[in-house]
Design a binder for this molecule. Structure first.
Ligand code: ZN
Length: 212
């Protein structure tokens, strides 16, 4: 399996998604973290999600893997050595409370299995990736469809911001934000993540109460 160190995520990076949640579009990239323990593979198996903490939302995202230490002037094509699709699972009701209180997002975004990832594949360069849509199907119906050329902060801007403020090195990954169409998970939903027409990964969601 591909080495994963830090998991950086970007919020509100697609205008239509910011709008669907009534969020303002940020003036600089808004980063948050997930623990590496949040990772679960989209390998056809069941992914267990919290079933007793309100709505669990799916957010389908293009995920990039960093292949070398960040330095100013390095291009995205030089920094990225792999890509995948991921689902940034979010406890939306919990997040609303955290936002209201001004608390960090960990409880809403960092729980176990909240970072589902397809296998990483070779990176074909930003230009090629800009020409391919990615999508999520639930139970065979497409619910999200996006293209990274719709990102508010493009790949280079995300890498420069993250690298400058937080550091970026080999093994770090970035969830680059979700396009519109997020929604609630139901028990037994079958998820299929597609890059163009190619299936990158799939899994079934199970909502189960967690013991405290
Ligand atoms: Zn997200």
């Amino acid at each position: 399996m591909t080495e994963i160190r830090n998991i950086f995520c970007v919020g509100r990076n697609y205008a239509l998604h910011a709008k669907e949640l009534n969020n303002v579009v940020p003036e600089s990239p808004m980063f948050f973290f997930k623990p590496t323990h949040a990772v679960a593979p989209a390998d056809g198996r069941t992914v267990v999600l919290p079933g007793d903490q309100g709505a669990v939302h799916y957010e389908t995202e293009w995920v990039i893997h960093i292949g070398r230490r960040y330095a100013r002037g390095l291009s995205a094509d030089e920094l990225i050595d792999g890509m995948a699709l991921g689902v940034d699972f979010t406890l939306r009701d919990v997040q609303s409370v955290l936002k209201e209180k001004g608390y960090p997002w960990l409880a809403a975004k960092g729980f176990l299995n909240s970072a589902v990832l397809t296998p990483f594949t070779g990176f074909q360069g930003i230009k090629t990736c800009n020409q391919t849509n990615f999508s999520l199907e639930i139970n065979g119906v497409q619910v999200q469809n996006g293209n990274i050329d719709q990102m508010i902060f493009d790949t280079q801007a995300l890498l420069d911001f993250c690298g400058t403020h937080y550091g970026l090195d080999k093994g770090d990954i970035l969830f680059t934000g979700t396009p519109a169409g997020v929604g609630s998970v139901s028990e037994g939903d079958a998820f299929t993540l597609k890059w163009g027409s190619e299936i990158m990964g799939s899994f079934t969601a199970s909502l189960t109460a967690r013991e405290n």
